[in-house]
Design a protein around this ligand. Structure first.
Ligand code: GH3
Ligand code: MG
Ligand code: MG
Ligand code: MG
Length: 374
């Protein structure tokens, strides 16, 4: 289906008549008067008067031209739905007019009927090939002419209707695409901070992980947790806690590198994914984050609140064979940072788990020894 403004040539076959009807398909602007405007083209004023009489009495509004060139101009300027043109005319004849209308830019939905005394089949074929939709033999019968015009108008209206529906479908599709983008955005963004959410973080980690394996590149991640955040909520209220979380989102965006992805995993836990990065590069990013959070106090209810974070950094190594292991490794390092006193960065090592257990065991041993001494 041709969209509005694009011509489509519809052939209506089977009548052995001599006039050709050039039908202009409606512009799809809506409204009967718009789609029922007819242009009549003939160099014979008597024929023009005769056509005018029949068509006006049938309720059509008319445009008139005495040659093909003027007719083409009217088609372009006024956009009639249907054209009835004589075949033989000086300068530009009916066949040339059909071709010109069909190749004209921006002329849409125009049904062409040609009136002709050339009744032989070759001429009829020539007319259709030039772009005519129908033809009527001269001398014509009033009833037949009006019946063909009416049939042409039905085609014009059906095409205009289809074009309108197509346009609506395009519009709906465009709106759906925008809505889908918004949904995608909502589904992958953390509402409070505007950072990527857990879902996006996991999707991206899968991508980064696969690339890192395929090209044997390093990949690091930083697990972050706010220190004693419960106290902020308990002391200043949940809304104040939300302000702190939003500020964390801004700091993470500002102090992570281009190409890194900062996410809020949930609650007061954040994650930074650092593709193409070693654990050392990740540690530098983590330390910069820690220092900036510590040094930028947050004003809540006129009070300056100092917030700190603990961070665990891990890198893909030979014994970390899945992305879950990478996250667990960073989590262990974070746990160690908490255990060692918070507000610090700990880096995971291949036997980080054993290290942590060792340090916890020695802590317990110390505590027991102290109790016994007391
Ligand atoms: P730690 O240093 O050991 O991490 O202590 P913490 O108090 O930060 O950790 P804990 O897990 O005990 O408390 C986390 C708190 O985070 C409890 C919960 O109320 C708060 N929290 C989680 N999600 C939100 C949120 O969306 N908004 C606010 N305001 N608070 C939240
Ligand atoms: Mg003529
Ligand atoms: Mg936590
Ligand atoms: Mg915490």
């Amino acid at each position: 289906m041709a969209p509005p403004g694009v011509c489509a040539c519809l052939g209506i076959r089977g009548w052995g008549h001599v006039f050709f009807l050039l039908v202009l398909k409606g512009k799809g602007k809506g409204g009967m008067s718009e789609t029922q405007k007819i242009l009549i083209v003939d160099d014979d004023p008597i024929m023009i008067r005769l056509l005018e009489k029949h068509l006006v009495s049938a309720g059509y509004s008319l445009l008139k031209a005495s040659n093909g060139a003027d007719a083409l101009q009217l088609v372009t300027d006024k956009g009639p739905s249907l054209v009835i043109t004589d075949w033989e005319m000086p300068q530009m004849n009916g066949i040339e007019l059909c071709r010109a209308v069909r190749s004209a830019e921006g002329v849409g939905l125009t049904y062409l009927i040609i009136l002709t005394s050339h009744s032989d089949k070759k001429r009829v074929v020539e007319a259709f090939e030039a772009g005519a939709d129908d033809y009527v033999a001269k001398p014509f019968d009033r009833g037949e002419l009006l019946a063909r015009v009416k049939a042409g108008m039905r085609v014009v209206e059906a095409e205009a209707d289809l074009a309108r529906r197509n346009l609506e479908i395009h519009k709906i599709n465009a709106e759906l695409a925008i809505l889908n983008d918004k949904l995608e955005q909502i589904a992958t963004t953390d509402e409070l901070t505007g950072l990527a959410n857990r879902r996006q973080a996991m999707d991206r980690l899968t991508e980064y992980w696969e690339t890192s394996q395929r090209y044997q590149q390093p990949i690091a991640c930083i697990m972050i947790d706010l220190d004693h955040f419960k106290q902020v909520n308990d002391t200043y209220g949940h809304d104040a806690g939300d302000v702190v979380l939003r500020q964390m989102g801004q700091l993470l965006t500002r102090y992570t590198r281009l190409g890194d992805l900062a996410c809020r995993l949930g609650g007061e836990e954040f994650l930074v994914l650092c593709p193409h990065s070693t654990v050392e590069a990740g540690r530098i990013v983590a330390e910069r984050l820690r220092q900036n959070v510590e040094s930028v106090p947050i004003t809540i209810g006129g009070k300056q609140l100092k917030i700190t974070i603990s961070l665990g950094v891990a890198q893909r190594t030979a014994d970390i064979c899945s992305k879950d292991d990478l996250l667990k490794s960073a989590d262990r390092a974070l746990y160690q940072a908490k255990h060692e006193g918070r507000n610090r960065v700990c880096v995971s090592n291949p036997d980080g788990c054993r290290h942590l257990v060792d340090s916890m065991v020695s802590g317990v041993v110390r505590a027991v020894a102290t109790t016994q001494t007391d």
